[in-house]
Design a protein around this ligand. Sequence first.
Ligand code: PMP
Length: 430
Amino acid sequence: MSTNQQLQNRRIAAMPRGVGVMCGFHAVQADNALLTDAEGRQYIDFAAGIAVLNTGHRHPRVVQAVQQQLERFTHTAFQIVPYESAIALAERINALAPIDGPAKTAFFTTGAEAVENAVKIARNATGRSAVIAFQGAFHGRTQLGMALTGKVAPYKQGFGPMPGEVFHAPFPSVQAGVSVQQSLDAIAMLLKTSVDPQRVAAIIVEPVQGEGGFNPVPAALFEGLRALCDQHGMLLIADEVQTGFARTGRLFAMEHHRVKADLITMAKSLGGGLPISGVVGRAAVMDAPAPGGLGGTYAGNPLAVAAAHAVLDVIDEEQLCQRAQVLGDRLRARLHARQKQDAGLAEVRGLGSMLAVELRDPGTGAPDAQRVSAIVRHAQEQGLLLLTCGLYGNAIRFLYPLTIADALFDEALDIIEQAIVHTAPQTVAA
Ligand code: PMP
């Protein structure tokens, strides 16, 4: 078998550097929260394929559902020959999603595609074109997803021109010193100076900013956005690609709010490792585009649909929403205890098991991406895979499978604590 180094050399020779790769090791096997690399080393996986594996790697129920579907058919193209399993999945999601009144769901393949289609639907339903998004947001790497994304490097750099009529508002954040009122005032100013509210089709927002740093939307912002949408006939799109499917302690993060979105995008953990995405929304809005306007060759692929049914079963049967809260509380308590002794841990934030810790220089208050990298590196050396996030790359996010065993979770928490202690300024200086 090839070594990690040999595989890395082949990757660099065969694949473009634009597909940036974080790890120097290569997966050969994965089970629930454990990944095994090409040299037989095991890692506790707190990346979970970037929030895809809330139900863990190869959950037996997911594997069984896909195997059974493999024996029947793997592809017909739903738009050519439809099948019951996709219809039943739409029915389940319509019943579960926090949408006001009757809902409908369309399936796609990736998160970016779900975002693209949510905007297409919003434009079609309103007859308007502009979209307001937030600074620090991440909505995908397609042309429109990239335009909606509120971070230049590496997502937009050199890829312009951006599609027009996308406007960004500041996202409220304690660390950035932006209040909800300032954020709403900035949108009001956009509507005064840059775009006629009658041209705005939608406001798109992640209920907890993912790549942007695991910043939850405060309830007051959602109230303000809803009021603005209702006042001007705009639609509210909640991008739940990263927040969805039990991660925040609810099936959809929007369930934490009184306010309802008109459209919700979903992807990642819906498929438990198989590629499927979707848009659920108010039926009247979803039905705006004419037949043929929505879809995709692989949209609602039968194997991914089978996996998604199993994922929803597992979330329910294993009570993963409650589990997300329990695990999140344990991690939060550990980080808070550390924070008392380490002024570099500026903020512990998030919802349920969508938690991050932000690091700043205690002296200057500057974002401390360097220490974040050191913590991630140290944890990886100890066999724990962590991801960063944040506009300045100065936060660590924790995306463990919610199915992780207690003992393995505790082992991971110990490694995190050791990595934090190991990289504390006084330890580095000693
Ligand atoms: N929206 C959000 C909120 C995301 O977190 C992501 C992926 N990180 C996307 C959209 C894009 O999803 P995909 O990579 O599947 O296209």
